[in-house]
Design a protein around this ligand. Sequence first.
Ligand code: NAD
Length: 323
Amino acid sequence: MINTRITELFGIEKPIIQGGLMWIARAELTAAVANAGGMGFMTALTFADPEGLREEIRKCRQMTDKPFGVNLTFLPTLTPPDYEGYIRVCIEEGVGFLETAGRNPEPYMEQIKSAGIKVLHKCTSVRHAQKAQKIGCDAIGIDGFEAAGHPGEDDVTSLILVPRTRDALDLPLVASGGFADGRGLAAALVMGADAVNMGTRFVATKEAPVHDNIKQAMVDHTELDTRLIMRTLRNTERVLHNTIADKVLEIEAKEGETKIEDIVPYVSGKVGKEMLDQGSLERGTLAAGQCMGLINDIPSVQELLDRIMADAEAAIRERYSLL
Ligand code: NAD
């Protein structure tokens, strides 16, 4: 047993979090993580409207009686989402925890906090973490450069970012970016984090609702097989290296300002969803982290979480026995 301020905050057994995963963090995966003793956040924007999220929250409740939360990401989108509507549904459905990400959640904090919802805000720099503490967030997730999806624009790895954030603020802290196994969890705890957040590792699990080709791709690729796209738009995204990522980079390398319209056919969420459903690895872009180098199998979520806990405990014991 490893008890931390994060296990206490969420009322969970294991300091392991499945954060937002666009299209993937739906009831099946989130409930599996909750049932295995971790904390799962289902991704609100996966559902076309707030009522779709409501349905999925209810579905998840039927699959688990353990705590789970909802991820709400505020990044540029092709169609503006009804953020207030998603939050209203969370309040009406009695969701206790939100993971916010992408941008400062301040405009929505009054709505969220007046309902007593606890907020874990995921950010990519120490200054943003300090701001999140100031506006009343209950916990901070700090996302290192290794991470899949949007790791920010500062390019600082978890090895620096986690202890720097720990030194800069008092809130419970979740380390994210590069974590996939028990050694990573042990290291994160030693660096001052209270839990780890994993994304890519959860894609390669039995319960992840994606095509088997996508799961196998997480096993077959390594830490060398990601690329950073949309840097020219200051909305950098770490994705699996494929011909589409190369195509986007080629467009971005052209002289003159890149516009989102130039790359929409390659990066849109609609295409990404088809890719996940059909298992077509060259159809679009797929968020993937450097931790692919640490993924060698496709276990159930329960097997994965049990193994991570056993390996983390062993790693900590072995280090102490050296003293
Ligand atoms: P989408 O189809 O609206 O956009 C596709 C990609 O282009 C996204 O990465 C988006 O951030 C980017 N984009 C859109 N308009 C842009 C602009 N004007 N300038 C710069 N970049 C722009 O996205 P989607 O796949 O439907 O996802 C919805 C939102 O959720 C996006 O903001 C996406 O980045 C974000 N997201 C969330 C998670 C999560 O885990 N919650 C993970 C990945 C992405």
